[in-house]
Ligand binder design. Structure first.
Ligand code: MN3
Length: 218
């Protein structure tokens, strides 16, 4: 099957007032949908049409060079947004517990220090991009930032377990140019249960998200 726009894991207005339905209508229905459409166009004729998205991005150099940048941009756009939706939930926020909390403390010293590093990554990403929490196979966590639709699958052995969109389209209707205000709001939306599942998958070597197999996010 070719790639399809996954259903959101909650109703379009379920994240209000922290994330507006009007923003999602553009962000999900227009932006994300366009990445899926353009990804399928880029993959047509490459023999990679049915490769699961995480496998596709993890082996990006296997994509023919003429199509590679389009797959990076649009495959990254599809993957990153899918992970982003999955990382948010109604009545979420707070702090992680259990193994994920232990790993954050071991890697950063404290949750507060992790949050500082994560929001600094988002604030210092010049122009469009993403802030990330990533895990290697041993459970060691790292904060990074990427430009455009790049992610760590394309250039490392780590897997992303939490991401925050800092493209202006992600927050401009609510927060205009106030990216720090958006990042503070984002922490009210983070589903640490979802991030903990992503962390378990990353450590086990499983795909963090496998949207080609199941179009409906958990
Ligand atoms: Mn976006």
């Amino acid at each position: 099957m070719t790639h399809t726009l996954p259903e959101l894991p909650w109703a379009m207005d379920a994240l209000e007032p922290n994330y507006l339905k009007s923003t999602l209508e553009f962000h999900y229905s227009k932006h994300h949908n366009a990445y899926v459409t353009k990804l399928n166009e880029a993959l047509a004729g490459t023999g990679k049409e049915n490769t699961p998205i995480e496998e596709l991005l993890s082996n990006i150099n296997d994509v023919p060079e003429a199509k590679r940048q389009a797959v990076i941009n649009n495959g990254g756009g599809h993957y990153n947004h899918t992970l982003f939706w999955q990382c948010m939930a109604p009545n979420a926020g707070g702090e992680p517990t259990g193994e994920l909390a232990d790993a954050i403390n071991a890697s950063f010293g404290s949750f507060a220090e992790f949050k500082t590093q994560f929001t600094t990554a988002g604030a210092t990403q010049f122009g469009s991009g993403w802030a990330w929490l990533e895990s290697d196979a041993s459970g060691k966590l790292t904060v990074t930032k990427t430009a455009n639709q790049d992610n760590c699958l394309m250039n490392s052995d780590r897997k992303p377990i939490l991401t925050m969109d800092v493209w202006e389209h992600a927050y401009y209707l609510e927060h205009q140019n106030l990216r720090p205000q958006w990042m503070e709001t984002f922490f009210k939306l983070v589903s640490w249960d979802a991030v903990a599942k992503n962390f378990a998958n990353a450590k086990a070597g499983n795909a963090v998200i496998d949207i080609s197999q199941n179009a409906v996010l958990r």
